[in-house]
Design a protein around this ligand. Sequence first.
Ligand code: C5P
Length: 240
Amino acid sequence: MSIAGVVPAAGRGERLGPGEPKALRLLAGRPLLVYAVRALSVAQLIDIIVVAAPPDRVPAVRALLCAADLGARASAEVHVVSGGMTRQLSVRAALDHVPDEVDAVLVHDAARPLAPSELVDAVARAVRGGLPAVVPGLPVSDTVKRVGADGVVTDTVDRATLRAVQTPQGFRRDVLYAAHQRAAEQSGGPPVTDDAGLVERLGVPVHVIPGSEEAFKVTTPLDVTFAEALLAVRRGADVC
Ligand code: C5P
């Protein structure tokens, strides 16, 4: 089975404050995107990677990834295309570039730079094993409440039934393409913030496998501090 990795990396990252697009912000001297692509390229089961870059940065991102150290075992080809106005459009732009022979696709946010390559392979193995859609998820440790527009709590959600879902998310190619096709035809409704959300609308079962605390999303300046601390621990342990 041939598996592609798709990396939406075209977001501005406004919650990180003013500066470069989020995927190009530095973590211990290297752009977030380099870590995210490296996680896919070091994984054993990914054959090709397509990055959706900020539209005004496509040549720069291509040059960056050509020059980057993507791991000694890296064997996946890396392609860079122009991303879109939303995450969904960026994923779609990258999917349009995935070669016909690919059977499955893993979508991995550039904003989750430290996802371990073992997690990438676990998702890829689950899809290769026959599941149509697979997401990594972690139990939720906070108590979660639904709140009305007036700021008053309406109810408390049973957290035992909740999972905080991460990327990479893996899909059979035909399932992911059908989900994006349907989404493009039916705009409107509440925003869908991940690809599994689009697949759920098709009625296709989405399976959850154990996620990784290291696959957290870099959204705020505090997340950058956490990520740099984790990198320091990994470097101390000689793992990058
Ligand atoms: O904004 P958020 O952190 O949810 O973005 C998740 C991922 O989607 C990021 O890697 C970001 O670069 C990507 N994205 C994109 N195109 C957009 C908006 C977000 O590729 N227009």
